[in-house]
Design a protein around this ligand. Structure first.
Ligand SMILES: [Zn+2]
Length: 412
């Protein structure tokens, strides 16, 4: 079989057109789910697919499916896709790349004479970025949301999801009947920008994702004693913020003691009473900690708490830890990793097996079907920002690896 390739110019044009929906002056996009920009982009996708003669259906929560029939129409389909919603003032490629590449793959397969055994479906998942709920659309494929749950979901601006859906004229009954039975999809593959700088730093073309990391979240509180900032000698203070500072400077050492893939971040810090001339009585740290295995995340949580205790002892403080949640890591399918790697190698691309530190719809899809993810380099590792960038050459290379992977899955 002569090698089928994507139409790189058409893919570029699709990405450039999509970037106009919700375009911001800074060169990024604000296309949060179910916003007018998102709705306009969905309508454009629909028109584009219909013009290409492809069948499109949308489920009750807004996941879109674009179908290329196979010879065995009742065979389990191969899915590929991503999301077109963005964070506020986000970039032009996060999700958009995997969505437009999936549509390009669908168009290319439909217009070529290649014989597919299985149907191929390009999927655009609703609300991946969690305006209403993190990974809303793909979660709804794993398990339908109950009408009560849907009624409680609110957007970043406090508006209700059900009002947004009704405003679009959608049927709320269908919104809670979205689940797909496990095993009804043959395989799922998602192409995505790395959103980090590992591939660029190692000059590798294609990342083969081994696992999507699991994420822990929790709150640490150091409790000391409020004192006068002028009259209390430094050695007589019980200052919780100093202990917090000591813990934070030790994060690289604590994570390294668990595994090379462990990361920990404090992105929110608060002190009480919060006055410039008062030694704080309380420091509250919101922690985010991730790794590739559940037991490693739990060990990391223990190590963080132990380091917090050591810091608390040095300053004569109480320390408390409250876990908010741990989401389990999602391993990618071993056979799909091999398929992606051999497709890339056959096209002369260098590859690196690597975990994904960010969450993706693929983590939900891995509960429904064997799932694989393909990464391409992100310039400077920038993402969730207008600075998000990948080269057109890398985009085309990634789309061709996706096409060959989907093709081999759909012909087996
Ligand atoms: Zn994404």
């Amino acid at each position: 079989m002569s090698e089928l390739t994507v139409d790189g110019a058409r893919l570029r044009s699709a990405l450039e057109t999509l970037a106009q929906f919700g375009a911001t002056p800074s060169g990024g996009v604000s296309r949060t789910s179910f916003s007018p920009a998102d709705s306009a982009a969905r309508a454009w996708v629909l028109d584009r697919c219909e013009a290409a003669g492809l069948r499109v259906r949308t489920d009750g929560i807004g996941n879109m499916f674009v179908t290329v029939p196979g010879a065995l129409d009742d065979a389990r389909p191969v899915w590929t896709g991503s999301h077109i919603d963005s964070v506020p003032d986000g970039g032009r490629f996060d999700g958009a790349l995997g969505s437009m590449a999936a549509l390009e793959v669908a168009c290319r397969l439909a217009e070529s004479n290649v014989a597919l055994r299985r149907p191929v479906e390009a999927v655009i998942f609703a609300d991946e970025e969690g305006c209403y709920h993190h990974l809303l659309g793909s979660t709804a494929l794993v398990r339908s949301y109950s009408p009560d749950e849907l009624a409680k979901l609110e957007g970043r601006d406090g508006d209700r999801l059900v009002d947004a859906l009704q405003g679009l004229g959608w049927d709320l009954e269908a919104a809670s009947a979205t689940a797909v039975p496990a095993g009804s999809v043959h395989a799922f593959v998602e192409l995505h920008i790395e959103q980090g700088a590992v591939l660029e730093a190692s000059s590798v073309d294609i990342g083969v994702v081994t696992s999507i990391v699991g994420m822990g979240g929790g709150r640490l509180e150091f409790e000391g004693r409020a004192d006068h900032a002028g009259t209390t000698p430094m050695n007589l203070r019980r200052d919780p913020l100093r202990a917090a500072g000591e813990l934070l400077t030790r994060l690289p050492e604590v994570t390294a003691s668990i595994s090379p893939t462990a990361v920990a971040t404090c992105g929110i810090i608060g002190v009480e009473p919060g006055a410039a001339n008062v030694v704080p009585s309380l420091a509250r740290l919101q922690l985010d900690y991730r790794d590739v295995r559940r037991d490693l995340i739990e060990a990391l949580e223990d190590a963080l708490f132990e380091a917090a205790n050591e810091a608390a002892d040095r300053h004569d403080l109480q320390v408390r830890f409250t876990r908010d949640s741990i989401t389990n890591p999602a391993p990618m399918d071993q056979r799909l990793q091999d398929l992606i790697e051999s497709a890339a190698t056959a096209q002369g691309r260098s590859t690196l097996r690597m975990p994904s530190g960010a969450g993706h719809d693929s983590q939900n899809m891995s509960r429904l079907a064997p799932t694989g993810m393909i990464f391409i380099p992100s310039t400077g590792g920038r993402s969730h920002s207008p600075a998000e960038h990948s080269t057109w050459a890398d985009i085309e290379a990634g789309a061709n690896v996706l096409l060959q992977t989907v093709l081999s899955l759909a012909t087996e």
